[in-house]
Design a protein around this ligand. Structure first.
Ligand SMILES: Cc1cc2nc3c(=O)[nH]c(=O)nc-3n(C[C@H](O)[C@H](O)[C@H](O)COP(=O)(O)OP(=O)(O)OC[C@H]3O[C@@H](n4cnc5c(N)ncnc54)[C@H](O)[C@@H]3O)c2cc1C
Length: 493
């Protein structure tokens, strides 16, 4: 009889793991708390407005995500529109358009070179030159000494290598706050170089793709179709409230009153969901304790429908010096049904996460105006979408806490962008984690372990309570199981 696996969570990590296991002959059921599968790569109807979990860009050097898409029969060229430029807009400027940089130097070399050599009003040649030692030292340290790199923030590492303050503000702030929400003063240099290093060998073909449609519609739905065609099952509105163990191993899950048993359980949730499930059983267990202490990070986006396009092109734009980390017009790509449609990622998230929608929107509008977007004049509708604690922090000193997919508990495997893999909290990272989780179950993959070591092991032993038995349940108070309601999705079916 084939072995049964329950995958908790239907984000890219859980779906990848499910696909791999089905291809190896396992019986797989995916359980999803929300109404719409896809987790942080999803879209749904939020009280009458089509929204998404936050605008996403596909980076041209991803390698595992495109393979997964191909297995699901998705044509990358149809799913994406390639952007040829990106823009950095400073606040309070007379010019409406900011500095424009060409992408894909292999395909459009003149545009790319013109972007770097030009834009001297935006960044002087000496400011640009000051980035070179920083970049080369960072890429070297990323390979040779990643633990050391994780001791620094991007700003500290930049100062150490002589980057001019203007270059930190105009280039490094967009690449931190605009990518993973925190400013260079709080963003680990390891995460910074970790996300960009894989792109360096293929830099000449560097490109960015915008989704042609909502991510559930064009990506997640076909993947689920491929899973069910392989015999896999998916249940939505099935929040796992507890892992079930027999004292030695995990043998299933509880969804409210209902118990589902399986040979393996894969916890493929976001960071918050994983901590809730694992803390109930394993707080006090040495292997999990470091992860359970890892700080979390939220994200918050403002999504706006307008009566006309505010940007000529749908392209990734950064707005350093404002509360807008990055934004994009989407009415020619992701949301074609309205004349104008923009998505904004706010920074830093904790400034906004507990404010009302009206308060968030009013702060946001002021900064939007400073970068030349007079949204009020053309506003049709807006939504504020928040995901509290869905990410592990990208602040320095914590990367080593990310757990491996293979746990010491029989029957329990982890997947998700919070688990250790080199691409951190990206779609590519989630897919890699799903593969590695499947390998941990089939036993076919390499032995993997977290790359980073705890840089200061003595500091930990003082406060970690070692559990006497492997599954010793802690009396830890469990926090409410709250994937935010609005993230659960409103679309029927
Ligand atoms: C605003 C924003 C912008 C981003 N931009 C990019 C980008 O441009 N490029 C890029 O590569 N990546 C980007 N990302 C990151 C990317 O979305 C994530 O890294 C990736 O989707 C994570 O996938 P996952 O499967 O690990 O987790 P998730 O997608 O979070 O999936 C976890 C699933 O588990 C479910 N769940 C949680 N608890 C339970 C439970 N108890 N029972 C059942 N189900 C449960 C959740 O509902 C969710 O569906 C962005 C993310 C956000 C939010």
């Amino acid at each position: 009889m084939s072995k049964q696996v329950i995958v908790v969570g239907s984000g890219l990590a859980g779906l990848t793991c499910a696909m791999d296991l089905l291809d190896e002959g396992f019986e797989v059921t995916v359980l999803e708390a929300g109404a719409i599968p896809g987790g942080r790569t999803s879209n749904w109807d939020e009280n009458g407005m089509e929204v998404e979990s936050g605008f996403h860009k596909y980076i041209g050097f991803y390698s595992e995500l495109p393979k997964l898409l191909e297995r699901a029969g998705i044509n990358l060229g149809e799913m994406l529109t390639w952007e040829t430029t990106l823009e950095i807009r400073l606040p309070d400027q007379e010019e409406e358009e900011g500095a424009v940089f060409g992408l894909a130097p292999g395909r459009s070399p003149f545009k790319a070179i013109a972007g770097v050599l030009g834009n001297n009003d935006f960044l002087s040649p000496s400011d640009k030159m000051s980035l070179i030692p920083f970049m080369s030292a960072g890429l070297k340290d990323y390979t040779d000494n990643p633990e050391e790199l994780d001791r620094y923030t991007v700003a500290e590492y930049a100062q150490k290598h002589g980057v001019n303050p203007e270059a930190i503000r105009h280039i490094l702030e967009p690449l931190t706050a605009g990518v993973l929400f925190l400013p260079p003063e709080r963003y680990s240099a390891l995460v910074f170089f970790g996300i960009f290093a894989p792109g360096v060998p293929g830099f000449y073909k560097m490109k960015i793709g915008a989704f042609n449609g909502g991510m559930y519609d064009v990506m997640i739905h076909p993947i689920i179709h491929a899973i069910t065609a392989r015999g896999g099952k998916l249940r939505t509105l099935s929040r796992v409230s507890e892992l079930i163990s027999d004292g030695n191993q995990v043998i299933g899950v509880r969804i409210g009153e209902e118990e589902l048993l399986a040979d393996h359980v894969v916890v493929a949730t976001n960071m918050h969901g994983a901590k809730l499930l694992l803390a109930q059983q394993f707080s006090g267990h040495n292997w999990f304790e470091d992860f359970l202490e890892m700080p979390m990070m939220s994200d918050i986006t403002v999504q706006v429908e307008t009566s006309k396009r505010l940007m000529e092109l749908d392209r990734t734009t950064f707005a350093p010096g404002t509360c807008i980390g990055s934004f994009t017009e989407q009415s020619q790509t992701t949301f074609k049904h309205v004349p104008g449609r923009l998505s904004f990622i706010l920074t830093p998230p904790e400034r906004f996460i507990d404010l009302s929608d009206e308060e968030v929107f009013s702060i946001f509008l002021q900064d939007a105006k400073r970068i030349g977007l007079n949204i009020e004049d053309v506003l049709l509708d807006y939504r504020v979408i928040r995901m509290k604690d869905h990410f592990h922090t990208v602040e320095p000193g914590h990367a080593w806490r990310r757990p491996a997919q293979k746990t010491p508990i029989p029957g329990l495997t982890l997947a998700g962008d919070y688990t250790y893999q080199a691409m951190f909290t990206t779609m590519e990272g989630a897919v890699i984690s799903g593969h590695w989780a499947a390998e941990a179950i089939t036993g076919k993959g390499k032995e993997r372990k977290p790359r980073a070591e705890n840089p200061n092991p003595d500091a930990l032993t003082d406060h970690v309570v070692r559990a006497p038995d492997m599954l010793g349940r802690a009396a830890a108070e469990s926090a409410p199981l709250d994937t935010p309601e609005r993230f659960i999705g409103r679309k029927d079916g």
